[in-house]
Design a protein around this ligand. Sequence first.
Ligand code: ADP
Ligand code: MG
Length: 300
Amino acid sequence: MSIEVRKVTKHYGTQKALNQVSFTIKSGEIVGFLGPNGAGKSTMMRIITTYLNADDGEVLVNDHDVKTAAKQVQSSIGYLPEHNPLYPDMYVREYLKFTADVYKVKNAKERIDEVIKETGLTTHAGKKIKELSKGYKQRVGLAHALLHKPKVLILDEPTTGLDPNQLVEIRELIRKVGKTTTILLSTHIMQEVEAMCDRVIIINKGNIVADDFLKNLKGDSNQEIEVEFDYRVEVELLSEIKKVREVKELSGFKYLLSFYTNEDMRSAVFDFAHDNGLKILSLNKLNRDLETLFHELTKN
Ligand code: ADP
Ligand code: MG
């Protein structure tokens, strides 16, 4: 297991920022850590990266405990903090050299060249950091995080504040890096997760409210069928359709049926109409989109 978080609780004064948070991340995964502002994402990431202590609970990174083996954790983890702390007056290469010294990176010169290439900084390596666009500053932040070849990358809102072109480029870069590195990345935007991740952990007010693969969340397991009959039907009768989870009466003789199954439930609705002497005037199968799910899970 790359990251194991067990029942982590954290307060700031009397305010609870994390409430018994647990999750695990396997090696090789790219996981989105999604939640609205103030949900507790950065707090959790600071605890994982040893920059903050939890009040309670346990965190292991590559089997090292963040409390008792902070050094080992730091050497196996790369971290891009929320406000990427760069030295504006340093040149890109100079900054990476400085980082390499801090981390005692072996064969520093070759490794710096490698990372510069990998993050697409070749033409910018001789520039001052303050001269770079936000997108290129993020690349420098990523290069910094990757320099010591960490097995796990923690990226705190790596795409926030980028323009659409920069966004596409950084997403691509993260996906590329994710082929060889385990990544946990936070964001408050569902589309970011869809663009980069296989799995999402949703946090709201310090509580984990969902943890699943995207294909499960957006797949047929959240199936909804909108059906229109030629007559009014009792909701109770519709509730007898197999595997139906919820029935909502819409306007006219329309109903919204929710199912939680991978099986295509349209034929069950046709059977129901046939058995009850009803005609189906229209039928629409909808898959609940992730954006809606996210809003539902984080509205309170
Ligand atoms: P996110 O990164 O999801 O936006 P944070 O982890 O930054 O959320 O914050 C979680 C909660 O803890 C918020 O309510 C925030 O106001 C509070 N908080 C974060 N940092 C501090 C701090 N240093 N002192 C007091 N409260 C804080
Ligand atoms: Mg944050």
